[in-house]
Design a protein around this ligand. Structure first.
Ligand SMILES: Nc1nc2c(ncn2[C@@H]2O[C@H](COP(=O)(O)OP(=O)(O)OP(=O)(O)O)[C@@H](O)[C@H]2O)c(=O)[nH]1
Ligand SMILES: [Mg+2]
Length: 353
């Protein structure tokens, strides 16, 4: 599952990408190729677990991010199509919106940046929907049964997009959503927004960041406010220097954690944990996954030989301090095959292969 960073040129996508990936990826400057990377998801719950079950190491969950370049002014159809085809392949998109006034780029105008990109993407989807509908019409006439369903979905898409409405605002069942995905419809993908504020915007909410939050809310989405340059600097520091930097900036936690957790949620993912002396570890699974499916994230053998999952919640450990106390309090649950994993579960698997 991949989250794509999109936005106007110079809005800070690559800077955010470098912060997320702790500068581990050599980025291509000025290239129209996207940068691919894997970000560790900062997660305070891991630290909370490690307090009560001190491990040799802590392993965070990860998030796959794709940094997609903005379309350059005068780049023409080739550049636009390269960018659009990169966006078509990701599972969710995050628009990075410039919220600082820039000497070269001018004052921040988040409302217009969001509306303009949305319109660009609506038009791109409309082209795909119209082309697809023509094809489906011909196929339906020559007796292709599936083509009828495709045609219905594409015609409904054309109607929505023609009214400048992103497809995610339509009502679709699972089969229809899968079809939209197979056509690479960008406006059907879940979206979130990053208000990328200047250095002075991290301690108090600026007008521009507020405008992004409002634009996100009016579209039923979420927004996260951060300063990509500061996050990028923090990511370059050792653990020890990080605290000092945060304190001097007047912030308590890097904003990357909030960003990564929101992105995970957008992708329809959730987190569970395993905890022992060797390691305390976060695992990412699809929301609604059953206990055996979640076990498969760890190892296929555990899924295959699944017997039971002994679970409790991270909050139980905070309250009762040890697994022994959790068991004595009757809060250690024994869950079977049909159990749907809950966000924040800590699990011991019993299995037999
Ligand atoms: N003041 C300020 N400058 C920033 C911030 N984020 C990025 N910048 C600066 O903005 C410029 C462009 O940032 P990039 O991260 O390269 O922007 P981009 O979105 O990747 O741009 P393209 O790839 O060309 O679409 C760089 O000089 C950054 O240092 C920020 O939060 N605050
Ligand atoms: Mg870039």
């Amino acid at each position: 599952m991949e989250c794509g960073l999109i936005g106007v040129q110079g809005s800070g996508k690559t800077t955010l990408f470098q912060a997320l990936t702790s500068h581990a990826v050599e980025v291509q400057v000025g290239s129209m190729k996207p940068n691919l990377g894997i970000a560790d998801i900062p997660d305070p719950r891991l630290q909370r677990l490690a307090v009560h079950i001190p491990p040799d190491k802590i392993v965070p969950a990860t998030l796959q991010v794709v940094d997609i370049p903005g379309v350059p002014d005068g780049g023409g159809a080739t550049a636009l199509n390269a960018v659009l085809s990169s966006i078509r392949t990701v599972d969710a998109v995050c628009q990075v919106v410039r919220c600082w006034d820039d000497v070269g780029l001018g004052p921040a105008d988040p409302v217009s940046d969001i509306a303009a990109l949305e319109m660009e993407l609506v038009l791109a989807d409309l082209v795909v929907a119209e082309g697809g509908a023509d094809k489906a019409k011909r196929a339906a006439r020559s007796g292709d049964r599936d083509a009828k369903q495709r045609l219905e979905v594409l015609e409904k898409s054309c109607a929505l997009l023609g009214e400048e409405t992103p497809l995610r605002q339509g009502t679709w069942d699972d089969a229809e959503l899968a079809l939209l995905k197979s056509y690479g419809m960008i406006t059907a993908k879940p979206i979130m927004y990053v208000a990328n504020v200047g250095e002075d915007g991290v301690t108090s909410e600026t007008e521009a960041a507020k405008a992004v939050a409002e634009a996100a809310a009016s579209r039923g989405g979420v927004s996260v406010s951060l300063c990509a340059t500061i996050e990028s600097e923090i990511a370059e520091l050792d653990e020890a220097d990080r605290g000092d930097m945060l304190e001097s900036m007047g912030i308590s936690e890097p904003a990357l954690g909030a960003f990564a957790r929101a992105a995970n949620d957008l992708l329809g993912l959730t987190t569970f944990y395993t905890a022992g002396e060797k390691e305390v570890r976060a695992w990412v699974i699809t929301q609604g996954a059953t206990a055996p499916e979640a076990a498969g994230a760890i190892h296929s053998d555990i899924q295959r030989g699944f017997i039971r999952a002994e679970c409790y919640h991270v909050d139980d450990l905070d309250e009762l301090k040890s697994e022994k106390a959790i068991k004595e309090a009757g809060r250690l649950r024994s869950e079977g095959k049909g159990y749907t994993m809950q966000d924040g579960d800590v699990v011991h698997y019993l299995f037999n292969v």
